[in-house]
Design a protein around this ligand. Structure first.
Ligand code: PBG
Length: 327
């Protein structure tokens, strides 16, 4: 049989393959998450996340220098406070753990992009992402006041971009309003717009000590069965002033990423979450898969689906591999 246009002709050699490659993963696309804890001299591997660490503020310098040396230009900071209470008040303490971490990263390098996760779940004693009312449910509107206070406190400490992950309705507008009122018009917002209620956050909850003490997050996080709803969430967040929208987790939701990318001309981020990372690392440890190949395949798939930005615990390793390939 004679087939005139044989796609295979374009796969003959590695130089043809690279000539016609549609998607290229760059270190510039990557954001590396860091978990900062109280105390001194702490660099302790997180039990649920191999090769990821709880770091005290004084250990950030070596880490940030390593990250920059690999060519990664953005970090996402999570703070783990010692004290938790009903209102998550450490989250908006100007001298709290994440605020001190932001200042330290800023001191180490003035150009690195500092992104901070805005949420209450690591800071509340009940582990929910907001203020609990007398019916034991999260009070959306009261939570917005707190979320705005947290964002302002991070930005005052030097955060370049805030990333609200709580999924409360109206949070982008509330944060944008507060930041603008305080002359932080230039600070951008990356909205966790399509955040699914997912089993893939399991290892993070151990890492951030943020599992809900009662109930679950189904009332405010999205049902994995829905994708039209994701588009509505994205549309609302954009109309409220989000600069970047996020889909989270990544791998099970690449169809959602593609729909978002096709529907809105806006930068799209994906969060390659803890469970996705932990599953790969467990398989690597067992010798079942090749770490470099499987990670680069996954990260490239996220870009192919339409993600411009990838938040990933694999970022450092990926940056090393990408550097090797340049040579
Ligand atoms: C909420 C937050 C979570 C993650 C990022 N921000 C946990 C959650 O919503 O339960 C999960 C990230 C991951 O699993 O790697 N503060």
């Amino acid at each position: 049989m004679k087939i005139i246009n044989r796609p295979r002709r374009l796969r003959n050699s590695s130089s043809i393959r690279s000539l016609v490659r549609e998607t290229v993963l760059n270190t510039d696309d990557l954001i590396f998450p860091l978990f900062v804890v109280e105390g001194e001299g702490i660099k302790k591997e997180i039990s649920s996340l191999k090769n990821q660490y709880h770091l005290s503020v004084d250990k950030l310098e070596a880490e940030i220098k390593e990250i920059l040396g690999l060519g990664i230009k953005a970090v996402m900071l999570f703070g783990l406070p010692d004290e938790k209470d009903e209102l998550g008040s450490e989250a908006y303490n100007d001298n709290g753990i994440v605020q001190r971490a932001i200042k330290e990263v800023r001191r180490i390098d003035k150009d690195i992009l500092v992104i901070t996760d805005i949420c209450m779940c690591q800071y509340t004693d009940h582990g929910h992402c907001g203020i609990i009312d007398h019916n034991c449910t999260v009070d959306n509107d009261r939570t917005l006041e707190y979320i705005s206070k947290i964002a302002l406190s991070h930005v005052r400490a030097g955060s370049d971009m805030v990333a609200p992950s709580d999924m409360m309705d109206g949070r982008i507008q509330a944060i944008r309003h507060t930041l603008d009122e305080n002359n932080f018009e230039h600070v951008s917002i990356m909205a966790y717009s399509a955040k699914y209620s997912s089993a893939f956050y399991g290892p993070f909850r151990a890492a951030a000590n943020s599992a809900p003490g009662f109930g679950d997050r189904k009332t405010y996080q999205m049902d994995p069965a829905n994708s039209d709803e994701a588009l509505r969430e994205v549309e609302l967040d954009l109309s409220e002033g989000a600069d970047i929208v996020m889909v989270k987790p990544a791998l099970c939701y690449l169809d959602v990423v593609r729909r978002v990318k096709d529907s809105f001309n806006t930068p799209v981020a994906v969060y390659n979450v803890s469970g996705e990372y932990a599953m790969v690392m467990a398989a690597v440890e067992k010798g079942l898969v090749d770490e470099k190949q499987i990670v680069l395949e996954q990260l490239t798939s996220m870009k192919r689906a339409g993600a411009d930005i990838i938040i990933s615990y694999h970022a450092k390793e990926a940056a090393k591999w990408l550097k090797e390939e340049e040579k």
